[in-house]
Design a protein around this ligand. Sequence first.
Ligand code: GUN
Length: 284
Amino acid sequence: MAAQILDGKALAQELRAGFKERTAALAARGHKPGLVVILVGEDTASQVYVRNKVAACESVGLYSEKLVYPADVKPVVVLDKIAELNADPRVHGILVQLPLPAHFDEAAVLEAIAAEKDVDGFHAENVGALAQGNPRFIPCTPYGVMKMFEKGGVDLSGKEAVVIGRSNIVGKPMALLLINAGATVTVCNSRTRDLRAHTRRADIIVAAVGKPRFVTADMVKPGAVVIDVGINRLPDGRLCGDVDFEGVKEIADWITPVPGGVGPMTITMLLANTIEAAERKAGI
Ligand code: GUN
């Protein structure tokens, strides 16, 4: 039997409808939520992501601004701007699009953002809060995945979960969220020996490796829930995920498509975090 689809596009629309009411309520009290997105350099994928983030803000009534710097900008220029934004009461969220050019100390930039405006959840203080099980801002992609589990009624407690990928943006926070939800979590990476032995045991697989169709049907236990975080471009220009959707959908119980799965949820949770930041500031 073919798996049921966890439809991120539909869930994103549902959540965004609720955001409009929250932003309107904030605006009525003089607190229009504001997000500033900083982009350094001309990376094409980053340009698309940033454009989509700004457009999504506008679609739910958030104020948003995009600041673009050339790839060779001095880091101090960006750090000074972050300090200015930290002090600006109109700005509730600050996001620096990653990756940054090689001459930047990425960690130093992320630490420069005020923790209460770190809507990406990448500041050490927010990472620590998540690790302790008291999250303040949850990184947007894994947060979106958790919302999809919730929507599908996927119970995580006591389940075997395998996360493939150990990035700070997806793999590590995803593992922490699954741990906090009571799953037994294994974090694999591209060097893991006998990856298939791990994935074959898993009730839940989250693939975030950045390799097209990396997870194949023979790696999946019948009845598993398979979440595909990958967005890869094939030589013919089409998008595909890290999971071989056609094969795996015949084995899994639940699966996310690409596009239309995790992707729309990432930006949706960025909006959620920005509104949350504004509500905290307004004392709501
Ligand atoms: N680059 C890829 N994903 C992300 C993300 O979620 N946030 C930021 N800031 N940069 C990214």
